[in-house]
Design a binder for this molecule. Structure first.
Ligand code: HEM
Ligand SMILES: *[C@@H]1O[C@H](CO)[C@@H](O)[C@H](O)[C@H]1NC(C)=O
Length: 319
């Protein structure tokens, strides 16, 4: 007994030393296993309920995690409200009148606080809600690494500079992801998030009126709800075929020139990423697997861990 318990202690110490040396071991799938065993089931139930009330919410929650991770890393900065003394990210060009789901996050946070006070970060809630949203819409699942802490800062300027623009060409999209440690292949895979959700007329107007690498019937049908002037906030689905199902139709659309955004169609416009798009049209299982892996990678972007940052009590403001 004494021998086995001491040897298991030695093992634990060795593991601790190992993870301290490796350094990247801060996030872990079992982070809340002891401190908040109900965290994951609480988040999942709330996401399922929100998505069954409104399918688009699944898309909106997935996007919130993306916009969080691309600005200062996955630290919940996107959730902070502006105040008279604090400038958040919500008025940045890519976010204003666009990102949504804050009330759902508030509701999840309230429920999680009720089961474990000040234990689960808003950044982790975003990461788990993104996964549960994809699953709720029929997509793949993955194991979310946990233990992110919440920022006490936000960056409006980084939100404006680092979240990719829908008017970007392929080389610019590649650079934007590279800046976050993500490969060109990750970029193509993660863009598959546009198999769900909606976009406003203002972000695709130039494409449907002025671009030539678009299916003409598709462009014509979009024009009926997106006039050349006005109607800026009118919505169209990013995936014209199955807008509330997480599948590979995003890529099927690209090969027939039915990408909604200029940036979408850039992935299949005769450049280096054409082959990967073709692969995903033939092999939806590969897309699912790659998407799961790429989401884990995106969720790893510069997290705050250990004693960095804080666990916010309210996702909209620092403690
Ligand atoms: C590759 C660069 C990307 C660009 C240029 C881009 C751009 C956009 C734009 C312009 C919209 C529509 C916003 C609006 O009209 O209000 C949008 C929506 C969306 N994006 Fe992206 N995005 C990119 C990557 C991603 C990634 C990596 C994900 C997630 C993995 C993602 C998930 C979504 C979702 C789910 C929506 C729909 C949201 C909703 O319906 O509320 N996007 N994106
Ligand atoms: C299309 O291009 C023309 C000529 O450059 C420009 O005047 C017009 O504003 C553009 N339309 C849209 C909707 O971008």
């Amino acid at each position: 007994m004494a021998i086995s318990s001491s040897s298991s202690s030695v093992l634990k110490i060795m593991l601790l030393l190992f993870s301290a040396v490796v350094g990247s071991g801060q996030l872990s799938p079992t982070y809340y296993a002891r401190s908040c065993p109900k965290a994951l089931s609480t988040i999942r139930a709330a996401v399922q309920s929100a998505v069954s009330s409104e399918k688009r919410m699944g898309a909106s929650l997935l996007r919130l995690h993306f916009h969080d991770c691309f600005v200062q890393g996955c630290d919940g900065s996107v959730l902070l409200d502006d105040t008279s003394t604090f400038t958040g990210e919500k008025t940045a060009g890519p976010n204003q009148n666009s990102i949504r789901g804050f009330d759902v996050i508030d509701n999840i946070k309230k429920q999680v606080e009720a089961v474990c006070k000040q234990t689960v970060s808003c950044a982790d809630i975003l990461a788990v809600a993104a996964r549960d949203s994809v699953v709720a819409l029929g997509g793949p699942t993955w194991t979310v690494k946990l233990g992110r802490r919440d920022s006490t800062t936000a960056s409006l300027s980084q939100a404006n500079s680092d979240i990719p623009s829908p008017t970007s060409d392929l080389n610019v999209l590649i650079s934007a992801f590279s800046k976050k440690g993500l490969s060109t292949s990750d970029m193509v895979t993660l863009s598959g998030g546009h198999t769900i959700g909606q976009a406003r007329c203002t972000v695709f107007r130039t494409r449907i009126y002025n671009e030539t690498n678009i299916d003409s019937a598709y462009a014509a049908s979009l024009k009926s709800n997106c006039p050349s002037t006005g109607g800026d906030n009118n919505l169209s689905p990013l995936d014209v075929q199955t807008p509330v199902t997480f599948d590979n139709n995003y890529y099927n659309n690209l090969v027939i020139k039915k990408g909604l955004l200029h940036s979408d169609q850039q992935l299949y416009n005769g450049g280096s990423t054409n082959t990967q798009v073709n692969t995903y049209t033939r092999n939806p299982a590969k897309f699912s697997n790659d998407f799961a892996a790429a989401m884990v990678k995106m969720g790893d972007i510069s997290p705050l861990t250990g004693t960095q940052g804080q666990i916010r009590l309210n996702c909209r403001k620092t403690n």
